[in-house]
Design a binder for this molecule. Structure first.
Ligand code: AP5
Length: 214
């Protein structure tokens, strides 16, 4: 099963990726998490990506395409994968096609910008696992600690309101065109396409996805 999670920053892709990984036993490929890991490790990619990400801009298609290509060739992706944060531009989607990588389902999370800005203010993350929480809507069992490891949660540097608004503008300009792109693919019978009301509570969004994907 190959799934693309499509939606604005903060729409809930990473949150539902945790649910989908557990349900379908497929790995999450989060380009954002991969880039943050590269920054932490101080690799050449990380050094190139840091300033771009902190400013809320997109990393170049060339770097991202290379990163994803390498990742999906790994053994754990043979039974499928969950793309979270990729593709994010038309050239990235085209590159997938050109490399013969098809998808089964595209799940679009629809959430208004103002809801997103409010959500990001309360987001807390466990950086090494990619687990995501919210101080009000999806709190950890113990305040400020990851449920699995008990380690400290942190705030992402790009969650500051001005940066979030920049990321939203880039989403509308460069990523939103993928909605029509994949609706077209679905009309041509290449994949299924589902738009989900991402303003519903986390568990209801999960239930809706489970019902649709079977
Ligand atoms: P990335 O890490 O991919 O960030 P993003 O797409 O901006 O998405 P987020 O992780 O911010 O949000 P999400 O949809 O996963 O929401 P979440 O589940 O956390 O990318 C970061 C940067 O890396 C980019 O800006 C770019 O620079 C670079 N990059 C990455 N991929 C790239 C690519 N392909 N090309 C170029 N550059 C790339 O939820 C948000 C909050 O809401 C959480 O607190 C959560 O608990 C809460 N929440 C979730 N669902 C609900 C709900 N239903 N109700 C209430 N609260 C909810």
């Amino acid at each position: 099963m190959r799934i693309i999670l499509l939606g604005a920053p903060g729409a809930g892709k990473g949150t539902q990726a945790q649910f989908l990984m557990a349900k379908f036993g497929i790995p999450q490929i989060s380009t954002g998490d991969m880039l943050r890991a590269a920054i932490k490790a101080g690799t050449e990619l990380g050094i190139k990506a840091k300033a771009v990400m902190d400013a809320g801009q997109l990393v170049s298609d060339e770097l991202i395409i290379g990163l994803v290509k390498e990742r999906i060739s790994e053994d754990d992706c043979k039974q499928g994968f969950l793309l979270d944060g990729f593709p994010r531009t038309i050239p990235q989607a085209d590159a997938m096609k050109e490399n013969g990588v098809s998808v089964d389902s595209v799940l679009e999370f629809d959430v208004p910008d103002e809801v997103i800005v409010e959500r990001m203010a309360g987001r807390r993350v466990h950086a090494s696992s990619g687990r995501v929480y919210h101080t009000t809507y999806n709190p950890p069992k113990v305040e400020g600690k990851d449920d699995e490891t008990g380690e400290e949660l942190s705030i992402r540097p790009d969650d500051e309101e001005a940066t979030v608004r920049k990321r939203l503008a880039i989403y509308h300009d460069q990523t939103k065109p993928l909605v029509d792109y994949y609706k077209g693919e679905a009309d041509a019978g290449q994949c299924s396409y589902l738009t989900i009301d991402g303003t519903q509570p986390v568990e209801q969004v999960s239930a809706l996805i489970a019902e649709t994907l079977g």
